[in-house]
Design a protein around this ligand. Structure first.
Ligand code: CP
Ligand code: NVA
Length: 307
């Protein structure tokens, strides 16, 4: 059984297969409308169960559309409306029951530990739709988007500017697996987890961490950022915003990157804070394409899990 939990767990060749399959399937349906089912409807007899502990726009809608295009069925569960570790029924028993009804689960949780606990008891594959630790589906979509616009990501320079959060965690894993250069600019206090940095170093990563956003973005092929305050952040928001103030992606930062560099943000964005309107809506912005590509990459991830 194949789970899609973290990029680091998956072999390089499988990650490459997921991206290439997503690109080729997207190409094949270029003349079809969004909700049209793929001609072979590969998942006509399959059901995806989705569980969201916290809000989502893109992940929810893109998985819905992905399953629709694959010809499959969908069940969306709100943890508050089911017996889900609430004392009424153990996580173990809920997972066993879901395994009877569905073929694959996509789950968004607060604690990564909780996600792992749930996955342990499932008898069907599970996909990580964001935890406090990581967001692998997002980064896979970003890689597909980068390659669609700029060609192979191998040896390209990707710059991350801002909080060392769950998105950059998956980006670090991807830098190792897809062999690109990653420069991270963030305040010392907001650096990504040491454990993942150590893992990256052990695996010959090309990662630079600096406090200087201009050093990180210098001649980059892509500049990325995310909200300064994540959904799970239990921090002094005022203090965090102050620390991150020099890390706004604006015109000056984009001018430091290559003239044809692209800008990506997983969204939702807090315009005027981590990114300016002129960058979000500017010619280099690939944010809407990356949202669309969530559909295609996730179709490919579901297919890989169920292979
Ligand atoms: N980028 C992303 O996962 O967005 P949502 O929180 O809207 O799903
Ligand atoms: N870092 C953000 C990503 C949202 C898609 C969060 O966890 O809230």
């Amino acid at each position: 059984m194949r789970n899609f939990i973290n990029i680091a767990d998956i072999e390089k060749k499988d990650l490459r297969e997921i991206i290439d399959n997503a690109k080729s399937q997207k190409g094949k349906r270029s003349k079809l409308n969004k909700s049209a089912i793929d001609p072979n409807a590969p998942f006509a007899d399959k059901t995806l169960i989705m569980i969201f502990e916290k809000p989502s726009t893109r992940t929810r809608l893109s998985f819905e559309l992905a399953m629709k295009q694959l010809g499959g069925q969908l069940l969306v569960l709100n943890p508050k409306e089911i017996h889900y570790g609430s004392g009424e029924e153990s996580i173990h028993d809920t997972a066993k029951v879901l395994s009877q009804y569905g073929d694959i689960v996509m789950m968004r949780t607060y604690k990564h530990k909780h996600f792992l606990e749930f996955s342990k008891h499932l008898d069907i594959p599970i996909i990580n739709g964001l935890t406090n630790l990581s967001h692998p589906c997002q980064i896979m979509s970003d890689i597909m988007t980068f390659e669609e616009l700029k060609g192979s990501i191998t040896n390209k320079k990707i710059a991350w500017v801002g909080d060392g959060n769950n998105i950059v965690y998956s980006l670090i894993e991807a830098a190792v697996k897809f062999n690109f250069k990653l420069s991270i600019a963030c305040p010392k206090k907001l650096r990504p987890e040491n454990k993942i940095l150590k893992w990256a170093k052990k695996n010959n990563s090309k990662i630079l961490i600096t406090k200087d956003p201009f050093e990180a973005t210098s001649l980059a092929d892509c500049v990325m950022t995310d909200k300064w305050i994540s959904m799970s952040d239990k921090v002094d928001k005022k203090k965090k915003r102050k620390l991150l103030k020099p890390y706004q992606v604006n015109k000056k930062i984009m001018e430091c990157a290559k003239p044809d560099a692209i800008f990506m943000h997983c969204l939702p964005a807090n315009r005027g804070e981590e990114v300016t309107n002129s960058v979000m809506d500017g010619r280099q912005s690939a944010v809407w394409l990356a949202s669309l590509n969530r559909v295609h990459v996730q179709k490919s991830i579901i297919q890989w899990c169920l292979k």
